[in-house]
Design a protein around this ligand. Structure first.
Ligand code: GRF
Length: 200
């Protein structure tokens, strides 16, 4: 079976993207990163893609007259790479209706949803005082981190943890979860019934 093309969206350092690129070097993994898109220029994530010879694109909200125009352009740009699904790997923009109508999007989040959705999940978990947090891989719907959950892993909070130290430990778990889930989705596809995602 040929590798399943995916598009990965990033905003920052792209360590999750790098884990996917590294995994995809093995043909048995079954994934081809067809393109990497960013919402800003000059990210380390984009540089990682270029170093791996993967096409990249930048789609900035500021370059469009409205958020709806940005959403439509992003949807079309992704479509040009014909991905079976899209991975939002640290992409810090809410995707709009055009992109979500055109593409199945998998997101990874650094908390155990539905606790601590949003852009400051690690900080919020620490501030709340939970002793266990973690990471969630889920399908993206119109809400903020509300889509059907595919997989979750717990990470214990340790005495003296800072937002940075906790986020680094979460990202170790997040990377291996994302690589595992994306590979299984690519090789086996999936069905969604209500909030239940089944990978055969
Ligand atoms: C991840 O924890 C992701 O869930 C969050 O941002 C981080 C991205 O890390 N939204 P990186 O840029 O892949 O290193």
């Amino acid at each position: 079976m040929s590798a399943t093309p995916i598009v990965v969206l990033v905003s920052g350092t792209g360590s999750l993207l790098q884990a996917l690129i590294d995994a995809s070097l093995d043909p048995a993994y079954g994934v081809q990163v067809a393109a990497v898109g960013a919402d800003r220029a000059g990210t380390l994530g984009q540089a990682r893609a270029e170093a791996a010879g993967i096409p990249t694109f930048v789609c900035r909200v500021a370059d469009f007259p409205s958020r709806a125009d940005w959403d439509a352009a992003l949807a079309d740009t992704i479509t040009a790479y014909r991905p079976v699904f899209v991975v939002s790997a640290g992409f810090m923009k809410l995707l709009g209706p055009a992109t979500l109508a055109a593409h199945t999007v998998v997101n990874t989040h650094p908390a155990l949803l539905p606790s601590f959705p949003g852009a400051h999940a690690v900080r919020d978990a620490l501030a709340y005082g939970v002793t266990v947090t973690g990471t969630t891989c889920h399908l993206v719907d119109a809400g903020v981190d509300t889509g059907p959950i595919i997989e979750q892993h717990a990470v214990a909070i340790e005495p003296g943890d800072t937002e940075a130290s906790l986020h680094e430990r979460i990202k170790v778990v997040e990377r291996s979860m994302l690589v595992d889930v994306v590979g299984r989705l690519a090789r086996h596809r999936f069905t969604v019934t209500g909030r239940k995602v089944t990978i055969p």
